[in-house]
Design a protein around this ligand. Structure first.
Ligand code: HEM
Length: 146
């Protein structure tokens, strides 16, 4: 994947003032509400009976933060996401058995959440850069599936 300097600086600029915990939480809640089949992976999180329960669930909040920690690692080194996510991809494949299509869906939820929070800043060009970064992340997470 080739990265333009303008794309990298747009991503770094947005990321610089993102509240990762808040964005992670909102994006994960959106995933679980809009794509309810993703709930099946999180049974041990307790009450996820409806949108309000999902939004108020402490494990969901904690997990949003965990996911964003991994996104942060990727964003800081977009040229090497495959290597960065090697073990994480194996975990999602061999242990968690997450259908990799869901990575794209979570990526889209992160993109929408960013656009909601920074409407003036996420121009079509900036959104394009984010879309690309989130596709790179989804692709890297899918690499160790077989
Ligand atoms: C766990 C990252 C997408 C399901 C994790 C962990 C990280 C992570 C860092 C913790 C790993 C550890 O404990 O060592 C990501 C990233 C994603 C992504 C960066 C995409 C941007 C998804 C999706 C699903 C999913 C789409 C399911 C729909 C899970 C589950 C766990 C997990 C079930 C274990 C949770 C637990 O036991 O507490 N993920 N993930 N992940 N992920 Fe993902």
């Amino acid at each position: 994947v080739h990265w333009e300097d303008t794309e990298l600086s747009a991503i770094a600029s947005t990321w610089g003032h993102v509240n990762q915990e808040e964005i992670g939480h909102e994006a994960l809640v959106r995933l679980l509400v809009v794509y309810p089949w993703t709930l099946r992976y999180f049974k041990k999180f307790g009450n996820l009976a409806n949108a309000a329960a999902i939004a108020g669930n402490a494990s969901v909040r904690q997990h949003g933060k965990t996911v964003m920690g991994a996104v942060d690692q990727a964003i800081h080194d977009l040229a090497h996401v495959d290597q960065t996510y090697s073990a994480l991809s194996k975990l999602h494949s061999d242990t968690l058995h997450v259908d990799p299509h869901n990575f794209k869906l979570l990526g889209n939820c992160i993109e929408i959440t960013l656009a909601n929070h920074f409407p003036g800043e996420i121009t079509p060009c900036v959104q394009g850069a984010w879309h690309k970064a989130l596709e790179v992340i989804a692709s890297a997470l899918s690499k160790r599936y077989h």
